[in-house]
Design a protein around this ligand. Structure first.
Ligand code: FE2
Length: 217
């Protein structure tokens, strides 16, 4: 990573993609900042999020393709669009090539996730164990759904926080995530439901460094 990229302050935090549709959503998040209840904040953010999904022309072409160097695997691209420098919020695009699937993973933050382009099949897991063994998890499928452009769902962990998605369209699926952490840079978890195993997981952004990467360079 350090040898391949020369990161600059302005492309690390803030608006990595500066477009009016993105600014309107982030402004709305800041307007709702005084509300402590995540469900209430999500409810109030839904109109601005829906407007972003319904708008065209704001996602740069280079962020509509997969990423061959993906740490998510399967050529999946994760592109930061906005990152708060205190780690309290991020907006990113996840590009999953046709037929590709994410690992089963968690997010560890509340937010909104929706489809911008293409179609995804989502499988959501319920955790049956108490989580005391950090290397083991007993999961069962809680629900499955197909998501099409404009459709989105709220995320309020721990409910429905563990899932994977697979692209079912002939073109890559692009989902937009507004989450209350710096999702690609926090250490979260990857699950193997059949084996019952959990491993630490940090997906990273294709277009911005995590803090440790910036320090390492
Ligand atoms: Fe996810």
């Amino acid at each position: 990573m350090c040898d391949q990229h020369h990161w600059h302050e302005h492309d690390t935090f803030g608006f990595l993609v500066d477009a009016p549709a993105i600014r309107r959503l982030i402004d709305e998040v800041h307007r709702q900042a005084g509300i402590d209840d995540a469900a209430e904040r999500i409810e109030r953010l839904k109109p601005a999020f829906a407007t972003l999904l319904a708008s065209d022309g704001w996602l740069p072409d280079e962020y509509t393709h997969g990423d061959a160097a993906s740490r998510m695997g399967d050529g999946i691209g994760q592109y930061a669009l906005y990152r708060a420098d205190d780690g309290s919020l991020c907006l990113f695009a996840l590009v999953v090539p046709p037929g590709a699937a994410t690992p089963v993973h968690d997010h560890l933050a509340w937010g909104l996730v929706g489809i911008y382009k293409g179609e995804q099949h989502e499988t959501v897991y319920r955790r049956l164990d108490d989580g005391h063994d950090e290397k083991r998890a007993l999961l069962e499928v809680a629900k499955e759904q197909t998501l099409r452009p404009g459709e989105f769902y709220p995320l309020i962990p721990p409910v429905d926080d563990i899932h994977y998605v697979r692209t079912t369209s002939a073109q890559p699926s692009i989902s937009i995530h507004l989450l209350a952490n710096d999702t690609a840079c926090v250490w979260r978890h990857k699950f193997e439901p059949a084996a019952g195993t959990v491993t630490p997981f940090r997906s990273g952004y294709a277009n911005a460094p995590c803090e440790q990467e910036a320090v390492d360079r």
